[in-house]
Design a protein around this ligand. Structure first.
Ligand code: ADE
Ligand code: ZN
Length: 335
């Protein structure tokens, strides 16, 4: 199974580029940019990655992002992630970035997106990996700041497929961003949102109704509302689930208790993703293996996570067909 999973074609739909900052690169960029960080070694950084909940992670995650200053830093960050994608046979990835984390520190929107975009373009040519970019609003900040961010994105609309919503879910309901999402939709952006990670099933309802989202990021708390589960099955609303993240942030105490396989067998369009792999202990293959080691999963079921991700992705039908064929051929050859 390990070999099968390693080489299985994969599509990632829930990945924060700032969450791929490995301790090595963090220390390197701190030195290169003369930024003070409270760590002197890789071990010290890793020891700080001990989280009790989402907020305890976010505090460290925003601190880590302080070392990203120049366009080249954003390129290096993104390129390192794409090389990991190649290792894990990720054929397509849809990447979140958090502009406000950087613009609040005086880094321009253009610096951030141009660095990321240059790496994505290079990966298309040199690694054969396709991608899309999703711009997230930080939900702990106010509506005004989100509107300003949307305005800054305007000259780059050709590089951004969708807007999303991340950061602290508790106390920051989706409704706070209803108007900014409406405007984004009117400008042609698709929408997604983190919901039902720490928050209750009702927050998933709210995000679906008020933000008109195409996918739910996380969404694992949907099981608390059987009617909602039925609705998600019927509509084939995708859930971008992040198993190792959920374990590290104590959404589930053990992988054996994770509900992703149960959701898959109920017929939900669930997918496997890595969220913030540097902080949570693994990229795509690691997340697949964490699930298949803790649960009895057939090869066809493991491949179904990829078929679901292809279905849920923001790519053309012909691209979906190409990825489906590659995955079907792989499954047939390795059954
Ligand atoms: N930002 C980065 N990772 C996140 C997560 N898992 N939930 C909410 N916001 C995030
Ligand atoms: Zn996330």
């Amino acid at each position: 199974m390990k070999n099968f999973i390693s080489l299985l074609p994969k599509v990632e739909l829930h990945l924060h580029i700032e969450g791929t900052l490995e301790p090595e690169l963090m220390l390197q960029l701190a030195q290169r940019n003369n930024i003070d960080i409270p760590f002197n070694s890789i071990e010290e950084v890793k020891n700080a990655y001990n989280f009790s909940n989402l907020q305890s992670f976010l505090d460290i995650y925003y601190q880590g992002a302080n070392v990203l200053i120049h366009q080249q830093d954003f390129f290096d960050l993104t390129w390192a992630y794409l090389l990991r994608c190649k290792q894990d046979n990720v054929l397509h990835t849809e990447i979140f970035f958090d502009p406000q984390t950087h613009t609040a520190r005086g880094i321009s929107f253009d610096t951030v997106i141009n660095g990321i975009h240059r790496a994505l373009e290079q990966a298309k040519v040199e690694l054969g990996i396709s991608s899309q970019l999703i711009m997230c609003f930080l939900r702990h900040l106010d509506e005004q700041s989100a509107f300003e961010t949307l305005a800054q994105a305007q000259p780059h609309q050709d590089k951004i497929i969708a807007v999303g919503l991340d950061s602290s879910e508790l106390g920051n309901p989706a409704g706070k961003f209803e108007r900014v999402f409406k405007q984004a939709i009117s400008q042609g952006f698709l929408t997604v949102a983190h919901a039902g990670e720490e928050g209750p099933a009702s927050s998933i309802h709210e995000a679906l109704e008020l933000l008109q989202i195409s996918r739910i990021d996380h969404g694992v708390r949907c099981v608390d509302d059987p009617e909602l589960v039925e609705q998600l099955i019927k509509a084939r609303t995708p859930l971008t689930v992040c198993p190792l993240s959920n374990l590290k942030l104590k959404v589930f105490a053990q992988m054996e208790q994770h509900n992703i396989v149960e959701l898959l067998r109920k017929g939900l369009c669930v997918t496997i993703n890595s969220d913030d792999p540097s902080y949570f202990g693994g990229y795509m293959t690691d997340n697949f293996l964490a699930v298949t080691n803790a649960h009895e999963v057939s090869k066809a079921e493991a491949a179904q996570f990829t078929f679901n991700a292809i279905e849920a992705s923001f790519i053309s039908d012909s691209e979906k067909e190409r990825l489906n064929t590659a995955t079907q051929n792989y499954l047939q050859l390795h059954q």
